[in-house]
Write a protein that binds this ligand. Structure first.
Ligand SMILES: Nc1ncnc2c1ncn2[C@@H]1O[C@H](COP(=O)(O)OP(=O)(O)OP(=O)(O)O)[C@@H](O)[C@H]1O
Ligand SMILES: [Mg+2]
Length: 338
């Protein structure tokens, strides 16, 4: 049976008199024993979807079921880890972790023991009495993780849990998380994780889902059947990364948006557009997207708006996980009298 199932989720945000549909007809299943990565463009509705699935905000249509029980309001059996840690600065590590237990009505006597156990599990033994400000970013996110795990959730939602950490710290925490998960050291039976880091999705997930369109729905699904430990240098790993890049930059998507919406140029400075075009030129006029991101030290969230702007301006074309400069585009740009 599905651990978590969403059917036909619709969400509309109202800003003043204006209504904007963010999600439409989102169907998704999280099965027992799975880590699923959720990807999509920035502002596409990933966090909104996660909050709806966790019962933190209501949907405007559709249903969510947790082990067959309808989710209406904050769901028992689920917990969320946020990108920004979301710790209370005036509470100690122990108090921050115990807070979630208190909210779930765990008796006082039981709370401290369970909080201490989870803190030790997540590698923070000895820091129980520390305040968040005395901890590094990586340690703070461990507290965020401990707070979520302490309530022994069946389903764990993580919204870009590693993105505020430096790459090395993120890798350490990812590795520890995976070890605990594989060793079944906590009760969670399924994880749904939002990430904009494609390598992270391939390193951790059993399946990747991509939110597409506006309003968004699940537009694409990719199984990631690689055995652990996964080696980022393994050609099979690279092929999965490549496939996700390809899906995220699919031609139809940008063409559809051009037809259906008034497309605004993404936020991109002329200098960074020129910088990227030059980098592509240096790579021979055509570049593999994962390679380009690495060469230019760009996160996907920085790279994609630049690529989109280059495409919309007619300077480049993205296809098959590669970007290619369009020859003489600048010449024709002036010829056409623009
Ligand atoms: N409470 C709200 N009221 C109105 N609009 C909102 C609200 N929350 C989010 N939005 C809008 O809904 C859209 C989707 O937001 P959401 O945070 O779900 O996207 P996201 O995919 O998580 O983006 P990111 O990758 O940047 O985190 C955005 O355009 C956002 O501005
Ligand atoms: Mg988000």
């Amino acid at each position: 049976m599905a651990l978590l199932e969403a059917k036909g989720i619709r969400k509309v945000y109202r800003v003043g008199a204006e209504e904007r549909a963010i999600l439409e007809g989102v169907d998704l299943v999280l099965r027992e024993g799975e880590i699923v990565a959720l990807l999509g463009r920035s502002g596409g509705g990933k966090s909104t979807l996660l909050r709806i699935l966790a019962g933190l905000i209501p949907a405007d249509g559709g249903e969510v079921y947790l082990r067959g029980r309808r989710v209406e309001g904050p769901a028992e059996g689920v917990a969320m880890v946020f990108q920004s840690f979301a710790l209370f600065p005036w509470l100690t590590v122990l108090e921050n972790v115990a807070l979630g237990l208190e909210a779930r009505g765990v008796p006082k006597g039981e709370r401290e023991g369970r909080a201490r156990q989870t803190i030790a599990l997540i590698g923070l033994k000895g820091f129980e009495e520390a305040l968040p400000k005395e901890l590094s970013g990586g340690m703070r996110q461990r507290v965020g993780l401990a707070r979520a795990l302490a309530v022994e959730p069946e389903v764990l939602f993580m919204d870009e849990p590693f993105s505020a950490l430096d790459p090395l710290t993120a890798e350490g925490l990812r590795g520890d998380f995976l070890d605990l998960w594989q060793g079944r050291q906590f009760s969670t039976r399924g994880v749904l994780m939002v990430t904009h880091n494609i390598e992270e999705a391939v390193a951790l997930a059993d399946r990747a889902l991509i939110l597409r369109g506006s309003p968004a729905r699940i537009g694409w699904e990719l199984p990631i059947p690689l055995p652990h430990p996964r080696d980022p240098a393994d050609p099979r790993f690279r092929a999965q990364v490549e496939a996700i890049y390809e899906a995220l930059t699919e031609r139809e998507e940008i063409e559809r948006r051009l037809e259906e919406e008034l497309v605004r140029l993404p936020q991109a400075s002329v200098a960074s557009l020129i910088g990227l075009a030059e980098a592509i030129a240096r790579l021979g006029g055509r570049a593999d997207l994962p390679l380009l991101a690495e060469e230019e030290s760009l996160e996907v969230d920085d790279l994609f708006p630049l690529l989109e702007a280059l495409e919309l301006l007619g300077f480049a074309r993205v296809a098959g996980g590669d970007v290619e400069l369009i020859p003489f585009s600048i010449v024709s740009f002036f010829h056409d009298g623009c």
